[in-house]
Write a protein that binds this ligand. Structure first.
Ligand code: HEM
Length: 501
């Protein structure tokens, strides 16, 4: 009833709901993007909805993205929103369990170990892992039989989740982690992962088995990494080339070395942050390629043109060549446009915050204010698929990223002014006011972007070289039930071995 009374005009409009506290949780949980679109029709670009007791103000469009990503961190803070979910999984004193300035230093520590030279080495390692996987995993029995006329089938999300963790372990995580990728490690990982659900986000601690398992798994995982650190120190083993070694050698601005438990927790955070984001993206890419064999053929021919050997087969890919492949670039970009793995970017409001007029207050002299204690939410997932911004927004169309000659549309590429590194695939975008932000923007922007593009690009290229794919059944819908958007299960892809791989 209170919703029908005249409201305070300075507050953003409230989305109607029947059940107090529960609010619009069902509509949001089922399909957030459609929910936002329907609210926009009624209320415009700014509105508040109730989500399990929280008041969440959504700000849509490029200006809405800017409002959240570009907000001052002292007012628009990530810690309060994400901390209760991530701290029990990542561990103490890192990411959202430390002041934002410390997180910024931690991100820099990791960034310095993700150099172009490392990426050059990673291409071969990722290719090797994927090749191994196809040659040994039971789902690829038909591939292993060498019969190019026989079709087999694999479960796409399950397969890509495994390939992602194996390739991340081999590259980012370090030698010991890859060697210990046993059943025990997989179980620990799964228990941690099951601690990253909407339920765990709402209630950070409940007397339920999944919470106990999460806490036990965190403790074991943390000790596992700390043992590796101790062993490396005791045996003076450098492995100078990996992230862990780089973290062991760096110090905070005040001269303090990074304690072992923080290094361990940063490594866990990196493992978790890159897993569903990358595996979901690669799964969607393969699903689209299976659905569009013509594009898969273009991608294959691009590989033949650049890396094909005269008698058939391929030579190794290199980082410098891989980053200049326009079809691969367009396929990844377009997939991230249509399937942003993170649909809601949230921040906690620490102080009353006026919303810019341009975002949709009804008149010149009325300004919305988001009150302290609210959560604000931006959704690049919506702006990336918004028919008001993109032509044929709902169609997966790689040509939108290519010019008439089939080359990467250079105007859409950007260049990182800070590091002077051309990240090749050109996904880097520095501004916070953009409709296309699959990796976020501003202070909390993704540091794994370039790594993810190398990993995803190499996995796809290796697979496309080796197999042809067709979709089995209808194209899967997005599953919004976990914190990341993944393809609804079951989803299978039929494949057969190519003549030359
Ligand atoms: C932050 C997306 C892969 C590590 C983010 C954010 C987005 C994102 C949207 C911003 C979150 C926010 O503002 O609240 C993605 C996508 C990926 C990917 C789409 C792959 C396709 C990775 C990988 C790693 C990683 C592989 C690690 C190696 C991080 C970290 C942050 C971040 C550390 C910073 C969190 C913060 O400052 O609050 N990512 N990510 N991501 N990502 Fe990624």
């Amino acid at each position: 009833l209170s919703q029908m009374l005249p409201r305070d005009r300075s507050l953003p409009p409230l989305v109607f709901h029947w059940i107090p506290w529960f609010g619009s949780a069902a509509q949001y949980g089922q399909d957030p993007v459609e929910f936002f679109k329907s609210c926009r029709e009624k209320h415009g670009n700014v509105f508040t909805f109730i989500l399990l007791g929280r008041r969440v103000t959504v700000t849509l469009g490029p200006k809405g993205n800017d409002f959240v990503f570009g907000g001052k961190h002292t007012v628009v803070a990530a810690e309060e929103v994400y901390g209760p979910l991530t701290t029990p999984v990542f561990g103490k004193d890192v990411v959202y369990d430390c002041p934002n300035e410390v997180l910024m230093e931690q991100k820099k520590f990791v960034k310095v170990s993700l150099t172009t030279d490392k990426f050059r080495d990673y291409i071969g390692m990722v290719d090797d892992e994927v090749t191994q996987f196809l040659s040994t995993d039971p789902a690829f029995r038909t591939y292993q039989m060498d019969d190019i006329n026989e079709w087999g089938s694999f479960s796409v999300y399950k397969t890509l989740a495994e390939m992602t963790i194996l390739t991340a372990a081999r590259t980012l995580q370090g030698k010991e982690i890859r060697e210990n990728m046993t059943k025990g490690f997989a179980e620990l990982y799964a228990d941690l992962d099951h601690g990253l659900t909407p339920l765990h986000w709402m209630f950070s601690n409940l007397p339920l088995p999944s919470y106990r398992k999460r806490d036990v798994a965190h403790e074991k995982m943390s000790q596992f990494y700390q043992n590796i650190l101790r062993n490396r120190r005791n045996n003076n083993v450098g492995y100078e080339d990996d992230v862990m070694a780089s973290l062991m050698n760096q110090t905070y601005r005040d001269g303090r070395p990074i304690p072992d438990h923080e290094i361990a927790h940063m490594m866990i955070a990196l493992l978790m942050a890159g897993q569903h984001t990358s595996s979901s993206t690669t799964s969607w890419v393969l699903l689209h390629l299976a659905d569009r064999p013509d594009i898969a053929e273009q991608l294959y021919q691009e590989q033949v043109k650049h890396f094909g050997l005269p008698g058939g087969g391929f030579r190794e890919m290199t980082y410098d060549e891989l980053k200049k492949l326009p079809i691969l670039d367009a396929v990844i970009r377009e997939t991230l446009r249509c399937h942003a793995p993170i649909h809601s970017i949230m921040r906690y409001i620490r102080d009353d915050l006026p919303v810019p007029q341009s975002l949709g207050a009804p008149s010149e002299d009325s300004v919305y204010v988001v009150p302290k204690g609210y959560t604000v939410l931006a959704s690049p997932a919506l702006s990336q698929m918004d028919p008001l911004i993109w032509k044929d927004a709902n169609t997966w169309d790689t040509t939108r990223w290519l010019d008439a000659a089939g080359m990467a549309a250079q105007a859409k590429r950007e260049y990182d002014e800070d590091t002077k590194v051309d990240f090749g695939f050109g996904l880097v975008s520095k501004g916070t006011e953009s409709p296309y932000l699959p990796f976020g923007a501003g202070r909390h922007r993704c540091i794994g972007e370039q790594f993810a593009i190398v990993q995803i690009g190499t996995i796809i290229s290796t697979i496309v070289r080796k197999i042809e794919m067709r979709l089995e059944g209808p194209f899967p819908k997005p599953d919004y039930s976990s914190m990341m958007v993944v393809p609804q299960q079951p989803c299978q892809i039929a494949y057969r071995r190519r003549k030359f791989d």
